[in-house]
Write a protein that binds this ligand. Structure first.
Ligand code: DQA
Length: 144
């Protein structure tokens, strides 16, 4: 099965960005972890990051056409994007929303997600391990 793993704005800066919140793990490290987990679970991984909302919408639509599952860290767009909400709603594949940090332990503006109502489930607060958990969760629902 094929899984798209999409990452939103500023996640390209992981490692140097607010390390007290996000740790020292880079996005490259997370991609490597996802590829290892993908191999173990026999999942083909397409891993991408963009700072642009419209490009993320394009990729969600592409995932709907080509993949069996989606792992999405929408980053700040989590809290703002009706377009991403609509894109996920329109695709038929299960989506797991991931956040590195525990958004509920942070500012109030991070407590609302436009993505959660259209996600199969949400994982937050476990850092890069959240991506592993998301892939494991997806592999249990996409196995026929
Ligand atoms: C984040 C949490 C968001 O609130 C924030 O805007 C991010 C990263 C996380 O992974 O913890 O950019 O999605």
């Amino acid at each position: 099965a094929s899984i798209y793993i999409l990452n939103g704005p500023n996640l390209n800066r992981l490692g140097t960005r607010e390390p007290e919140t996000y740790g020292s793990t880079t996005l490259g490290d997370i991609e490597g972890l996802c590829r290892d987990v993908g191999e173990d679970l026999n999942l083909e991984i397409e891993f991408r990051q963009s700072n642009h909302e419209g490009l993320l919408v394009d990729w969600i639509q592409e995932a709907g056409d080509l993949a069996q599952g989606l792992v999405l860290n929408p980053a700040a767009f989590t809290h703002t994007s009706v377009a991403i909400h609509d894109a996920i709603r329109a695709v038929e594949i299960p989506t797991v929303e991931v956040h590195l940090s525990n958004v509920f332990a942070r500012e109030a503006f991070r407590h609302h997600s436009y993505v959660s109502p259209v996600a199969l489930g949400v994982i937050c607060g476990f850092g890069a391990t959240g991506y592993r958990l998301a892939l494991e969760a997806l592999s249990t629902v996409i196995r026929p």
